[in-house]
Design a protein around this ligand. Structure first.
Ligand code: SAM
Ligand code: DTB
Ligand code: SF4
Length: 329
């Protein structure tokens, strides 16, 4: 079998013990070009070397602040610039969020992710979110928030409140980014990711497929995530959920095998990261999801709704886990 490996760049510092292997875009693209069975075998082997392949982590997701966002992300139902079915709502109350977290815990989720439709949080808003984090932590759950771009000092406040993960997706290849979003730059995303990491919070970062990007763009996104030092702890791979009223409402669905190849490439390039099969599961068959788990996906959103769109009713997921002999962790 073809063994494509990342390039080991020799460190100029002779004292540095473990040189960091870097993936070039062409190396990741070469993974995509493998015969599917070779790619899946290799991804599954890497998965087994680093994780129990029968275990899947489950995170619940809730939208704590919906709609009315200033940004123009052309896939998003929450941008104020497009006329979508999503209505603008105020920031939720701490008590309401806590009740949702309790329910998610009872259903078996181990991590509670809170999303806000903001370019970035204002200080007063951040203060409310830190209270939510403290309360959810006190239930014994891991916490994750996704609030947009952070200013200096904000990540430290989140860390102090006990935040475990910050989700901030690179979303797509840097070269394709301005065809999707113009109100902020790809480098802004990297800047927030650095702030999160420097504050000692675990990074959750991935992207969306099926926005009209090329295979090279997909490979570049995987390479970029893999070359972060270290790679994100958690890598959500979203399949575009086309939202009526957005510029991407009529995008043609990405071929399932291309989605699967991306999961496999992400697993190989980021052996120790949790790869999350994220948005888009609602329209995937059980068989497609099983292939994604085989290819190395080992985390899902376990809740009936994502931020504004449907996900999967939890007993459908439970049945799938039973059929596949998967254990929730
Ligand atoms: N406003 C914050 C931000 O942009 O980081 C947090 C919320 S934003 C909705 C979180 C992520 O959801 C986006 O980065 C994107 O990857 C994903 N997302 C949003 N709409 C989506 C859609 N229609 N289909 C798939 N993924 C989507
Ligand atoms: C991520 O990568 N996917 C989640 C979470 N992080 C916040 C969001 C998916 C949103 C799907 C479209 C919606 O429900 O609005
Ligand atoms: Fe706003 Fe985030 Fe949606 Fe972009 S993806 S419009 S920043 S909520």
């Amino acid at each position: 079998m073809n063994t494509i490996s990342p390039t080991v760049a020799l460190s100029p510092d002779a004292a540095a013990s473990a040189p960091k292997a870097k993936w070039t875009v062409s190396q990741v693209e070469a993974l995509y070009q493998l015969p599917l069975m070779d790619l899946l075998s290799r991804a599954h082997q890497v998965h087994c070397e680093n994780f129990d392949p029968n275990e899947v982590q489950r995170s619940a997701l809730i939208s704590i602040k919906t709609g009315g966002c200033s940004e123009d992300c052309s896939y998003c139902s929450q941008s104020a610039r497009y006329k979508t079915p999503t209505e603008r709502e105020a920031l939720m109350q701490v008590e309401e969020v806590l009740a949702a977290a309790r329910e998610a815990k009872e259903k078996g989720a181990t991590r509670f992710c809170m999303g806000a439709a903001w370019r970035g949080p204002k200080e007063k808003e951040l203060e409310v979110v830190t209270r939510m984090i403290r309360e959810v932590k006190s239930l014994g759950m891991e916490t994750c928030v996704t609030l947009g771009m952070l200013k200096d000092g904000q990540a430290e406040k989140l860390k102090e409140a006990g935040l475990d993960y910050y989700n901030h997706n690179v979303d797509t290849d840097a070269d394709f980014y301005d065809q999707v979003i113009t109100t902020h730059k790809h480098t802004d995303r990297l800047d927030t990711i650095s702030k999160v990491r420097e504050a000692g919070i675990k990074v959750c970062s991935g992207g969306i497929l099926g926005m009209g990007e090329s295979r090279r763009n997909r490979a570049a996104m995987v390479a970029q995530l893999a070359n972060l030092n270290p790679p994100p702890d958690s890598v959500p791979i979203n399949n575009l959920v086309p939202i009526p009223g957005t510029p991407m409402a009529e995008k043609e669905k990405l071929d399932n095998f291309e989605f699967l190849r991306t999961i496999a490439a992400a697993r190989i390039a980021m052996p120790k990261s949790y790869v999350r099969l994220s948005a888009g599961r609602e329209s995937m068959t059980d068989e497609m999801q099983a292939l994604c788990f085989f290819a190395g996906a080992n985390s899902i959103f376990y809740c009936e709704k994502l931020l504004t769109t449907e996900n999967r009713v939890s007993n459908r997921d439970q049945m799938l886990f039973e059929k596949l002999g998967l254990r929730a962790v």
